[in-house]
Design a protein around this ligand. Sequence first.
Ligand code: GDP
Length: 585
Amino acid sequence: MSTKIEIEDMITVGSLAEKLMIPATKLITELIKNGVMATINERIDFDTAQIVVGELDVDVELVKKESTPAPVRQKKQASEKAQERPPVVAVMGHVDHGKTTLLDAIRTADVAKGEAGGITQHISAYQIVHNKKPITFLDTPGHEAFAALREHGAQLTDLVIIVVAADDGIKPQTLEAIRFARKAGVNMIVAINKIDKEGADSNRVKQQLAENGLQTEDWGGDTITVEVSAKNKEGIDKLLDMVLLVSEVEELRADEDVPASGLIIEAHMEKGRGPVAVALVESGVIHPGDFVVAGGTYARVRNLESPEGQSLKEAKPSSPVVITGFKTVPRFGDEFSQVNDEKEARLQSEKNATGRKADGGRGGVGSSELIRIIDRSNKLNELNVIIKADVQGSIKSVIDSLRAMDTDEVAVRMVGSGIGPVTENDVHLAHSSNAIIYGFNIGMPTSVKQTASRDKVPVRLYKVIYELIEDAKQEMSKLLAPEVVETEMGRLVVKGIFKTTKTEVICGGEVTKGKLLAPSFAKVFREGDLLAEVQITNLKHGPTDTKEVLQGEMCGMNIATETKLDLQEGDRIECFTRETVERNL
Ligand code: GDP
């Protein structure tokens, strides 16, 4: 009988591994196989845990601890005076099905392109206007974003767009996204993506949706599907029309004349600007100069900007907004709320910080935390790397691009990754695991630079993703076994055999093609079949030794063999050169 283990609705990867009595790396590897990039300190939800445990070779049944329900925030009740607010949309789906491309396509639908390296820089949330109506999109790049959203009972999201690649169909993370939306009770629209691709089969996707309880409109149900090609920006208008249609029915409203509150959806340190946070306003209106508390820190809002960097005088409900002025970097998933003055802000943040300690530091992902990931496989040649970047989305872009270069012979092995500058810890880890540290849009303190140079740890910092990827590609190429290239130089037909020993044959013949060289490698053929590989050690033109004999000439030769060669008249000897050539990916 299997052992029953009780777990809460959310559990860290580390404690689940402990409960299962397996190494955390094993659990992490299994999660990754299922498309979930979670690190040891991150939390996964019960459903994810159950799926993974089902696939591990452990005789355990997970049971949800019902006695301590997760604290679910109640959706803020809007008053009579509440104003209409834009819908907040999250895009979710299986890895590689095109979430990022779709978010970019929506964002840049009417914006000119041209960003560094051609790869769109990461933005965790943005707002667009479609048919004169604003819509807010949230990017949920990492698993932690997903978990935090879920934990907040999806208070932030009004609608989930589930992206399914038409050539790949429904996958584990698609189901996870569907479960998420159902549990949170939010509407779903399914974007059937990549319809431009060969092998795209929208009907199959619809059938799979039906199998999972989502009857699409043409299958007699009410699940809205929109066929799109994020790559070719096809179907985007229709998708946005549907988003507005579904949202209008919901009559989304929020109070504006209450103290502002919402959630921190991204935070990092920026040179010259200090702590920078991206927040999503849920209710109330924030202005520059307001005091806000977020978890254990607070700010007098210095700059209020749109995610695109435009300065704002106010931010209303459902707006993503960039805030500077925090004392320290708030944490992802922290709630923020507006208070009256600095004193209240300080007291409130101190109280939150104390509560957090008592809570065992649960929640959020520390910005300087070095995240250990994976032992992916036993591939022969692996390039060990540690990726550090400014924001989670950049890490994802870098990791995805690196993964795309994996071949059967050489692969990238992620020893660690994390947000923020390169630290001593990263250097130590790189040193012990023989890894290269790649940094994107981040710096490295001088003291760390000294440690790296002392320990001869390569640290490569880039501002353009493409250049970083090129560098890694060259490093991977170095790990490829060199290619052996053989070039045929000439042929000889054997006319007589003069001496045969165990390791040597002396014979004569006519060069019928090209030229023969000594010393050189040679192959012996009889009626087209390869008989042996040998070496020509000496050539004789008449009585004199020579290094080469040309086509049409007769010559004698000494052949060195490893096993006795029973050479006959009429056999063909081909002489060739052999070079090793470095390969590139
Ligand atoms: P994510 O992991 O879900 O964010 O997926 P990405 O947006 O990174 O897309 C994964 C891959 O699919 C990339 O190589 C994209 O260029 C490609 N892709 C995304 N959308 C489309 C599409 O509509 N058509 C085609 N042909 N490729 C697409």
